[in-house]
Design a protein. Structure first.
Length: 267
């Protein structure tokens, strides 16, 4: 059983330190007044969008406003991109619910760590080395990864606070010395369909960040993420890799995702 390390915020937290709130307010410009004003303006703009049946719940719209630092037109553009992707890649979203992605969950390939990093960032782990393509397709894994990130963003701690949402860095471990070189060479040769689907993941998760290759040098990784919040598989002190509580919150959200799937562009 993993514990929440003293001095580090849990993934789902009820109280956020004042210095993090202050930093987030400075970066996002989010106040109660700004939040209410931007939500109302965004809803008005959504009403003018033809053929778009959009989820206009406060929690859902705040996800897009925060990613775009409360720039309304930019948030609307991202919202439209989100629904266009769902329409264009219908097969990816056809089984988009916790129960329908439970096979990936059972393999414990993708999860969030129970504790956040020192700066308040949530730590998302994808153990692709544990992925067996014979039992799980790329779409299965990508679908569950998107679902996990949506759920993490939608948890109460994010809705009551102003954590900025975006990817700060991608850390690759247990890669051999030549992997980073081959990665650069092979990337342009990947099939276009596969590249397009990865691009969806990057756009929806606001990924535009530094890629760091650590190999098996965990001390290098620990310069960015302390061992105190990492599982033993990554040279950490938190026991084996798991977060059953987060998985449980996903499974409890089945109806929420069933309802979300009813929205989108009308044919």
């Amino acid at each position: 059983m993993q514990d929440i390390r003293v001095g580090f915020l849990p993934l789902e937290c009820n109280e956020i330190p004042k210095h993090i709130l202050q930093k987030a307010q400075e970066e996002l410009g989010e106040t109660e007044f700004v939040r209410t004003k931007c939500l109302n303006e965004l809803k008005e703009k959504i009403l003018n969008e033809k053929n778009l049946n959009c989820n206009t719940s406060t929690n859902f719209l705040l996800e897009f406003l925060r990613v775009r630092k409360f720039r309304i037109d930019s948030a609307l553009a991202l919202l439209k991109t989100y629904y266009k992707h769902r329409q264009k890649y219908a097969s990816l979203y056809s089984s988009y619910s916790p129960k329908q992605t439970s096979k990936v969950m059972e393999e414990n390939i993708i999860n969030f760590l129970p504790s956040r990093n020192a700066d308040g960032s949530a730590i998302y782990v994808a153990r692709f080395g544990q992925w067996n393509p014979e039992t799980l397709t790329f779409e299965d894994v990508l679908r569950f990864g998107l679902l996990c990130n949506e759920k993490a963003l939608d948890n109460p701690s994010h809705l009551r606070t102003v954590f900025r949402y975006g990817t700060k860095a991608i850390h690759v471990i247990n890669n051999n010395g030549i992997f980073s070189v081959l990665f650069t060479i092979i990337k342009p040769l990947v099939h276009k369909k596969m590249r397009d689907r990865v691009r969806i993941f990057q756009q929806l998760l606001n990924i535009n960040c530094l890629n760091l290759f650590h190999g098996d040098n965990f001390s290098s990784l620990h310069q960015y993420i302390p061992a105190d919040v990492l599982p033993t598989e990554f040279g950490g002190k938190q026991g084996t890799f798991q977060n059953e509580h987060f998985y449980s919150t996903i499974m409890d959200s089945e109806e929420e995702y069933v309802q979300r799937n009813k929205y989108g562009y009308m044919q």
